[in-house]
Design a protein around this ligand. Structure first.
Ligand SMILES: [Ca+2]
Ligand SMILES: [Ca+2]
Ligand SMILES: [Ca+2]
Length: 208
């Protein structure tokens, strides 16, 4: 009996660590570094394969309400895996981590970024559309310029209100300029979801 209880506990722990579920894709890292070192990381915390071709990023520069659209490359993103988009003029250390490059991935700290599904449905957002905050959005821990911001693991749902006030401290932790070490993996702590298969993405998400 003891043994059965122990085994059950181990199995539950494994299932809990296998994959944590978010309700859709999330923006999980933002790099606004030196020069053209700009990157975004998108994370699939769901238990399903997601076709990235159904998603894109709308960039609203300097308080604009007229977006520049950046389509994501068509292809399946595994559960637990990430997709890193980088400006093609970035330093090689950042380009090495890119899954996709796009000239329009170009922001300076005061630009809102919105992840959309099928061109219209807001899935997640960064910043506040229609508002130019000056040079950046800021809070006690830092600001959105010359920093790397990493989404907190407790965030399981995207910010779908693109017009409300943006406080980056509520959902992000801050790292110094040109920190790229968090790109390419993410861990979300969103409750246990059993999964029948382990992917490289989930292994990376769980063990790094
Ligand atoms: Ca700008
Ligand atoms: Ca918002
Ligand atoms: Ca990351």
């Amino acid at each position: 009996m003891q043994r059965i209880i122990f085994l059950t506990a181990v199995i539950c722990l494994c299932a809990g660590g296998a994959l944590a579920q978010t309700d859709n894709l999330l923006i999980t890292e933002y790099v606004e570094g030196s020069g053209n070192n700009m990157a975004l990381e998108i994370f699939n915390g769901t238990e399903d394969l997601i076709n990235l071709g159904d998603y894109s990023i709308d960039r609203y520069s300097n308080g604009s309400t007229d977006p520049v659209n950046i389509p994501l490359t068509t292809g399946d993103l595994e559960p637990g895996d990430t997709w890193v988009i980088v400006n093609p003029q970035a330093d090689s250390a950042l380009l090495e981590l890119a899954d996709q490059t796009d000239d329009n991935l170009n922001f300076s700290g005061d630009d809102a970024l919105v992840l959309v599904f099928n061109g219209t449905q807001v899935v997640d957002s960064f910043g506040q559309v229609g508002v130019d905050p000056g040079d950046y959005w800021s809070c006690d821990e830092g600001n959105t310029q010359n920093h790397t911001l990493r989404r907190l693991s407790s965030i399981c749902t995207g910010d779908t209100d693109i017009y409300d006030e943006f406080d980056p401290c509520l959902e992000y932790s801050f790292f110094p300029i040109d920190v790229f070490t968090g790109l390419g993996y993410h861990m979300a702590d969103c409750g246990a979801v059993a999964t029948d298969h382990t992917t490289w993405g989930t292994l990376k998400a769980n063990f790094r």
